[in-house]
Design a protein around this ligand. Sequence first.
Ligand code: AMP
Length: 303
Amino acid sequence: MGILVVGSVALDSVETPFGKADNVLGGSATYFSTAASYFTDVSLVAVIGEDFPDEHINFLKEKGVDTNGLQKIAGKTFRWQGRYEYDLNEAHTIATHLNVFKKFKPHIPAVYTKSPYVFLANIDPEIQLNVLEQVKKPKFVACDTMNFWIEGKPDALKGLLSKVDLFVLNEGEAREFAKEPNLVKAAKKILAYGPKTVIIKRGEYGALMFNGGSIFSAPAYPLESVFDPTGAGDSFAGGLIGYLANIDNTNESNIRQAIIFGSVMASFNVEDFSLNRMRTLTLKEIYDRYRKFKQLTHFEDIS
Ligand code: AMP
């Protein structure tokens, strides 16, 4: 089954303790689409400015992403500038230049309005809501956000959550949004806004899923070399929703497997700057690492 994704396509400038990259390809929808493209068909709706290099569009096309919904308008592309300290779990935003985002009114092409799976990647929650109004009864809707919107548009975000099946956010954002330091209590508060499932990403500590009364905990893959955590969350979501759309079944046991595919995609993404690791990544590497995750968490029951 195909996925419609709406989110940011960006030019990022990122500094980590291991190096620096300026004006490189980034954006929530870019990372999501690329990761999900390994599992299913992806249609991307986003906005870029006149300065956006064609080579980036070609990269997405090579990954099989349908870019017909990528609108180029007058002005500059959205830019994000961030920095990471040795604690790579926390991104410090230095600057956010909304640029063409300010004028962005997404138009969902008619062929995409029937997409069974919809992912509303990190972007203004009012834009996320606007997209949901245009699609026709999708089977499964998931969304992401970040502190910028939690602080800037909390009410729009709460309105959105009453309309989605699954919400992914990172642990700092969950605490801030729920105004609750304990993650289990925070998840319960967030579930009360409407989503059936909440997944809290915890960077190098893995992810926690809250689904009704049940909780699932997945580790992150223990990597020796992490270069750039940018896009880990969106690659996680791409592997997660990509896998669910591929098997077209969103019961809890499949969501658990999907979380591992999400963790696999995030673990590859952080091995290099921007989307560079995705340029060479193969499906075989993805399946091999999935099996390593299985070994990593396997232990015998007590007899
Ligand atoms: P993450 O997966 O959370 O590391 O997301 C990283 C991507 O989010 C970067 O490539 C940024 O371009 C993008 N981003 C940063 N801030 C925003 C924002 N306020 N709205 C939408 N996208 C953003």
